[in-house]
Design a protein around this ligand. Sequence first.
Ligand code: ZN
Length: 316
Amino acid sequence: MAYFVGIDVGGTTIKTAIAADDTDRLATHVVPTPQAKDGQTVTNAVLDSVKRVCEESGVRPEMITAAGIGSVGPLNRVAGTVTGPANISGENIQLVKPLAEKLDTEAVVLHNDAVCGVIAERHIAEVVPENMLYLTLSTGIGAGIVIDGHLIHGTGGNVGEIGHMTVDPAGTMACGCGRNGHWEAYCGGANIPRYAALLSRTESIDTALTLNDACTAKDVFQQAGSDALATLVVERVARWNTIGIANLIQAYAPASIAVGGAVARNHPKAVLEPVRDRLPKYVFGELPQLGLAACETDIVLTGALLAAQRCVDGSG
Ligand SMILES: [Zn+2]
């Protein structure tokens, strides 16, 4: 029996699972991602999660064949680290080396989280074109990209950092990465209420939204249609999402784009329909299928487990 560990290092939580050959999970552990300046704190939380799933499943760490990690970026896949992430603290987070030491195996693979998303989606969806993207619209925005049947990574493993494409040359909104005008600065889940606060000042629109730190993207989407400011925000978010997605289509010519992430999952009609309506005005060429991903839950964790398996069977 071979055992595999999958880890999803997200902006909000770290999810870890252990599975046997058949990918049935023997144990899962979820912990809030620690917000500390020192990257070692996140590393320790990851190692502790692995210890917990090992204890719960009765599998000793040295019995693990391989581990897959899907993490927020930017990554240095050569060094096995996350360097200066936009949405979590920690300047330099070591992942691959400490995990390889703990499990006593070299078979530890690190991917951008959206890359794990596309691995899981291709495993689960009925239709998997040779050219497809998995797009996550969540706290951050990222993509897992398969071109001509090949998963692509780019330098450092960062080809999927598409949330940091500039969509607004005016650069009105600041991104978590410290730059301005990035797609994620307008359409990332945590930034949607900040964008609402900005539009309320610049457009002088009355609103029933309470624009403080407690306001969430969900509040904005729920009020759209009845509240003038919320309606405007959702319309502008659709505009920026359309520009970002149209640029991805021109760059990669995908046959399908499978969309996941909490912002899209929780509000698919308000997020995806206006983009579908607008794309023909932006895209030169064939439009891809654009819909929610078939893999509905724990897509990064599922992809991380699959990546661990493929790390030893040579298929990925
Ligand atoms: Zn950015």
